[in-house]
Design a protein around this ligand. Structure first.
Ligand SMILES: NC(=O)C1=CN([C@@H]2O[C@H](COP(=O)(O)OP(=O)(O)OC[C@H]3O[C@@H](n4cnc5c(N)ncnc54)[C@H](OP(=O)(O)O)[C@@H]3O)[C@@H](O)[C@H]2O)C=CC1
Ligand SMILES: O=C(O)[C@@H]1CCC=N1
Length: 272
C-alpha cells in the first residue's frame, strides 16, 4: 500500500488533517499530492509536511492511484466534471464530502468508478480521528486495505453497511468535535465571567474533557452513566450542575441538534 500515489483534490482543513496523520504514520510524503486553487495552503502543506503540491487538478488526478475528493459539497460537481477525461478504471476514488450520495459521482465523473465514501473528523490531524466508511459496491480486498491504511493512519475507522448510516456518522463523529468545542467554549466563558483567568480556565476545561474522554475509552466495562455517577457525590456540587442540565432537557437538545445535522445532510443530498 505504501507505494500508492495519493492525490487530494482540495487542500483545506480536512485534507490537512488527513495528510498530517498519514505523514506522521510514516507514509512517504513524496507519494502524496494536494491540489488547491490558492497557493497559500499549498505552500504551508509543502513546508510543514513535505508533500507535493499543484494547482492542476487534472494532472494530479491523472498521475494518482488514489484520488481523494476533498472540496466543499457545493463545488463537487464542477470539480468532478473537470476530471471526466481521466481514466479512473484502475484508480480508487475516495470522497469525504458530506451529503453527496455515492451514485452521484458516477454521473459527475461520467464513468464507472470504484468509490468509497469516508466521513472523517478533524482530530485525524493528531491521530485521534474517527472515520466512517461506506463502499456502495464490492471493492477488492486490496482497495479496502488501501482505504483502511489511509484513514486509520489518523485514528479509528468503522465500516457501515448502509449509506444512510453515514449521515448518522456525521452527527455522531464528523460534526461532533464542534459540539464538544462549543461546550468547552461555554464553560471557559462562564469561568471568565466568574473571574478566572482565560488561559487557566482553558487549561482546566480542556484537561477535564481529555480526562473524561480517556476514562470513557479506557473503561469499556463501565457505562458512561457509571462514570458520571462516580463523579457525582450525593448532595454535592456535581449533582446540582447535572440537575440544571437535565431540567433544561440537555439530552433532548442534543438529540434535536443531531437530528438537524442529519436533516441537513439529507437536504444536501437532494441539492448536490
Ligand atoms: N471540516 C470537517 O470537520 C469535515 C469536513 N468534511 C468534508 O470535507 C470536505 C472539505 O471540507 P473542509 O476541509 O472543511 O473545507 P475547506 O474549505 O477547508 O477546504 C476545501 C478546499 O477546497 C479548495 N478548493 C476550492 N475549489 C477547488 C477546486 N476547483 N479544486 C481544488 N480545490 C478547490 C478550497 O480552496 P480555497 O480555500 O483556496 O478556495 C479549500 O482549500 C467537505 O466536502 C466536507 O463536507 C468531512 C468531514 C469532516
Ligand atoms: O460541517 C460540515 O458540513 C462538515 C461535515 C462534517 C464536519 N464538517
Amino acid at each position: 500500500m505504501d507505494q500508492q500515489k495519493i492525490c487530494f483534490i482540495g487542500a483545506g482543513n480536512m485534507t490537512r488533517s488527513i495528510i498530517s496523520g498519514l505523514v506522521h504514520s510514516g507514509y512517504p510524503a513524496q507519494l502524496i499530492q494536494a491540489t488547491n486553487p490558492s497557493q497559500g495552503k499549498l505552500d504551508a502543506l509543502k513546508a510543514d509536511l513535505g508533500i507535493l503540491v499543484s494547482q492542476d487538478n487534472l494532472a494530479a488526478a491523472q498521475a494518482a492511484d488514489v484520488i481523494v475528493l476533498s472540496v466543499k459539497p457545493q463545488l463537487m460537481q464542477q470539480v468532478c466534471e473537470a476530471l471526466q477525461t481521466v481514466d479512473m478504471s484502475q484508480k480508487l476514488v475516495i470522497t469525504i464530502a458530506a451529503g453527496i450520495k455515492a451514485k452521484r459521482y458516477t454521473d459527475y465523473l461520467a464513468q464507472d468508478i470504484k468509490l468509497i465514501r469516508a466521513m472523517p473528523n478533524t482530530p485525524m490531524q493528531i491521530s485521534v480521528g474517527m472515520t466512517g466508511l461506506y463502499a456502495p459496491q464490492a471493492i477488492s480486498t486490496e482497495q479496502k486495505a488501501i482505504c483502511d491504511r489511509l484513514m486509520s493512519s489518523g485514528g479509528e475507522i468503522v465500516w457501515v453497511n448502509e449509506e444512510s448510516e453515514l449521515d448518522q456518522v456525521i452527527a455522531l463523529s464528523g460534526s461532533s468535535p464542534a459540539y464538544f468545542f462549543l461546550l468547552m467554549e461555554s464553560m471557559i466563558d462562564a469561568g471568565k465571567e466568574m473571574g478566572m483567568d482565560e488561559d487557566k480556565a482553558r487549561t482546566l476545561v480542556q484537561q477535564a474533557a481529555l480526562g473524561a474522554a480517556m476514562m470513557a475509552k479506557q473503561n469499556p466495562q463501565l457505562t458512561l452513566g457509571n462514570l458520571r455517577e462516580n463523579v457525582t457525590s450525593k448532595g454535592g456540587t456535581t449533582a446540582q450542575a447535572l440537575a440544571t442540565f437535565e431540567a433544561a432537557d440537555m439530552r433532548g437538545l442534543v438529540k434535536k441538534a443531531m437530528e438537524n445535522c442529519i436533516k441537513r445532510a439529507e437536504e444536501m443530498a437532494k441539492t448536490f
